[in-house]
Design a protein. Structure first.
Length: 295
């Protein structure tokens, strides 16, 4: 699942080398100003402790993007400290349950028992690598006994997880343009997470409330095309069958905020709001007040 947004400058005025995302993720657009990255020394230390070199792209991801939401957040890349805290327990679990994947031609039971998790989906599927094979990233599904080869580096593997259609249905994403029309977009985005607060609303109103909300979002997006991004998302499988509703998501860069509207029925809309509490903005307050009134 993929979104689009505008590139923004970091508030602490970094040097040009720090500002640009490395070649491995050069097409990633940023939403939010307060990145939570780790140093190269942190990566080196964890590599030494786990006795393995991370696959290509991982170091670039955690030192230039860091902790946060990649694209729609279906898959979450673990930071080095999280990998270090979990890897031994996970390896023990896999060794104890290796028979579940015993028919895999990609990872033997011994290899799986020494695998290291790099990322995890919201459904519990895990993206792993083996220390002796850093150029081979695999997906170990939570609810299936087949292991998949996802790519030779982290970027390829993330794209496979999100777009192969094996773990989740693929999503068509459209972005609001300055002229008011939506166009298809396939890029990658990143939303940093610091001090995240979330809220959920079940809103009711007369007429087509969802259309009214999208119009409200579009008005804000057109007024600030750099700092506000509006996208709609539609499941491609449902779209092919002529069924399903689009979901609208509005992003506010000043607080790494997301307001996501999903139709519930003809007069009801479910709205999910998340934002950085330390940079909670006036527009965030306005949305929370508006949603509270109609929920």
């Amino acid at each position: 699942m993929q979104f689009v947004l505008s590139q923004v400058e970091r508030r602490d005025a970094p040097c040009e080398q720090d500002r640009l995302v490395s070649m491995a993720f050069e097409d990633v657009h940023m939403l939010g100003n307060d990145l939570d990255v780790v140093s190269h020394e942190d990566v080196d230390a964890v590599e030494h402790l786990i006795g393995a070199t991370f696959p290509d792209g991982y170091r670039e991801f955690v030192t230039t993007l860091g902790s946060g939401q990649y694209n729609a957040g279906y898959v979450h890349v673990l930071m080095p400290r999280s990998i270090l805290a979990q890897y031994e327990e996970l390896q023990w679990t896999w060794r104890e349950n290796a028979h579940f994947w015993q028919d895999s031609a990609l990872l033997s039971a011994e290899d799986l028992g020494r695998a290291i998790v790099l990322a995890r989906t919201v459904d519990g599927d895990e993206l792993v690598f083996h220390g002796r094979k850093p150029r081979e990233l695999y997906v170990v599904p939570r609810h299936a006994d087949e292991i998949y080869l996802a790519g030779e580096n982290l970027q390829e593997a993330l794209e496979w997880v999100e777009n192969s259609g094996v773990l989740a249905s693929r999503t068509r994403v459209s972005r609001l343009r300055a002229d008011g029309r939506f166009d298809h977009w396939t890029g990658a985005t990143f939303r940093p997470y610091r001090n995240v607060e979330r809220a959920e609303f079940l809103c009711r109103g007369a007429g087509n409330l969802y259309a009214e909300m999208v119009a409200r979002m579009a008005c804000q997006a057109r007024a600030d095309m750099e700092g506000t991004v509006l996208v709609t998302l539609a499941d491609r499988d449902l779209e092919a069958d002529g069924a399903g509703e689009e979901v609208a998501a509005l992003y506010l860069t000043e607080c790494a905020g997301e307001i996501r509207c999903q139709p519930y029925d003809e007069s009801t809309v479910r709205v999910f709001v998340s934002y950085d509490a330390t940079t909670r903005s006036r527009r965030t307050e306005e949305w929370l007040g508006y949603l509270a009134q109609i929920s």
